[in-house]
Ligand binder design. Structure first.
Ligand code: GLY
Ligand code: MN
Ligand code: MN
Length: 495
């Protein structure tokens, strides 16, 4: 874009922006220090990303693979959410927080990769001062082509060259696209395909297969990923401890769930990139709403706080941890009973989380314990066996409607596009990272449960990596045993 006349600018500027006079346009590029000549160091994640690109290229020989970062998403009107790239893009480039809106990674049929993005424009370009999405004056200094190459180790090209790449040989070279990463690009490519005489419907199906393979490729974590997940868990423990310290204050101030969310968010933002998913700060009966993300309730003495929260580190790997904490520092007998049952279910889940077992065995082991307790408490309307019958039973699910595990990584529900045979029915293997998170939820309105249990919801969630012989708990910094939880709270409050 070259400088335009004031009249032209008035036509294109947002209605509240004052036009830039010629004198300003001439003055603004002058008198700035040069950009640093030293190139940045490579991102740590860029090293394993190179191997991943090679593996994916080998799985799709002769095809052009397009992995978009995705664009900025509007929160309201012209205000966007903080940018987070699509996880497949992060996995294949090593780019993490804030990088890089509207970029596309392309792996050519011969395996060569190019990262197309919008490099920063020179200060003589109106982008510098007039572009609120990309301009240095608005969003800070962004990378040059050379700097992005240094960060990622990938050959880089300006996004303006991407259109030619997308249309090149479209009728002869199949293009695979991660459709869910960028809807606008998906519509554009489907249009180009139709124009080139390629059937967009069969191509869309092939794209979906591509997404499945990409999702499954992320199931076994490498050493870099495990270190990042360990870090995410360690940072999350700091956030949980800060929440424990503030429990009395959260009660006193009122609107306590908001305070809890804020305290955890402070540490997530400070130590990592952000929270890896919306925090669930659920006190009392709110804990029985599984996706309680409103977090707008009170914290009351004597009740439990279910806190499901995780720090996402700068490379975008996230923890996913739940602790159910007595707000006053000690469990009452009914709370302790339910808590103990969930803890025992989780221990059974850990024991089943080992190579050779199926992913679904972890759930089966945990649920077997939950059902035994529900039966002992006289809640099951049928026998244990009948309730566990997957076709004709399921009564126990009234009190634990969710699964016990999911894969964890760049996405909190990682590898979600994997096929059932490679997920739920798959055999666990070393390097897989999953959660183990049983719960028991007794709604205040549930007239089938004894009064002492009503309004109690307990979940205990930890993150484990499958090892050669069993599993290692990555989130073991935080106590689980009820006595240890009480001692931890007392210790934090004594500090
Ligand atoms: N925090 C979401 C989950 O536990 O799956
Ligand atoms: Mn989870
Ligand atoms: Mn969770």
């Amino acid at each position: 874009m070259t400088s335009s006349t004031n009249a032209e600018e008035q036509l294109t500027l947002p209605n509240r922006q004052t036009p830039f006079p010629k004198a300003f346009v001439e003055f603004i590029p002058t008198g700035w220090a040069p950009y640093p000549s030293a190139l940045p160091e490579a991102l740590p994640a860029s090293v394993p990303a190179a191997g991943r690109r090679a593996r994916i290229a080998a799985a799709f020989p002769g095809q052009r693979l397009v992995i978009p970062a995705g664009g900025l998403k509007a929160r309201s009107n012209d205000t966007d959410y903080r940018f987070r790239p699509h996880s497949a893009f992060a996995w294949l480039t090593g780019l993490g927080s804030e990088r890089e809106p509207d970029a596309n990674l392309v792996i050519e049929p011969d395996g060569a990769a190019t990262l197309y993005f919008k490099p920063r424009a020179p200060r003589t370009d109106p982008e510098f001062y007039a572009d609120s999405r990309y301009g240095e004056m608005w969003v800070g200094t962004r990378e040059s082509l050379e700097e992005m190459e240094a960060l990622t180790g990938i050959n880089c090209a300006p996004i303006s060259d991407f259109a030619d790449t997308l249309t090149a040989d479209l009728d002869t070279v199949p293009v695979r696209l991660v459709r869910e990463a960028d809807e606008t690009l998906t519509v554009r490519l489907d249009g180009l395909r139709a124009a080139a005489g390629v059937d967009p419907r069969s191509e869309a199906e092939a794209d979906a297969q591509f997404e499945v393979i990409l999702s499954e490729a992320r199931m076994i974590k490498d050493d870099f990923e495990l270190d990042e997940l360990r870090q995410a868990c360690a940072h999350s423990a700091v956030g949980f401890t800060a929440v424990v310290a503030d429990l009395p204050q959260a009660v006193r101030r009122g609107r306590g769930e908001r305070w809890v969310e804020g305290v955890f968010g402070l540490h997530a933002r400070h130590l990592g990139n952000a929270v890896g998913y919306d925090t669930i700060a659920a006190a009392g009966d709110d804990a029985n709403t599984l996706h309680w993300m409103r977090n707008d309730g009170e914290l009351r003495e004597g009740e439990l706080l279910l806190l499901d929260a995780g720090v996402e580190v700068d490379s975008l790997y996230t923890a996913d941890i739940t602790r159910t904490l007595p707000v006053s520092g000690t469990f009452n007998p009914a709370q302790r009973k339910v808590y103990q049952a969930v803890l025992e279910a989780q221990a059974a889940g850990f024991a089943a989380a080992k190579p050779g077992n199926k992913f679904s065995d972890v759930h089966a082991a945990a649920v077997a314990v939950v059902v035994r307790y529900l039966n002992e408490w006289g809640l099951l309307p049928v026998s244990i066996e009948e309730s566990l019958d997957p076709v004709n039973g399921g009564q126990h699910r009234r009190w634990m409607v969710h699964g016990t595990s999911h894969h964890l990584g760049l996405d909190v529900h990682d590898c979600a596009q994997a096929r059932q045979e490679n997920y739920r029915d798959a055999t666990l293997a070393p390097g897989m990272v999953i959660t183990v998170e049983p719960g028991i939820y007794f709604k205040a309105t549930d007239l089938l449960v004894p009064e002492e249990f009503r309004g109690i919801g307990v979940r205990i969630e930890d993150d484990v990596v499958i090892t050669e012989s069993g599993c290692e708990i990555l989130s073991s910094h935080l106590p689980r045993d009820p006595d240890a939880v009480e001692a931890w709270i007392a210790e934090v409050w004594a500090d």
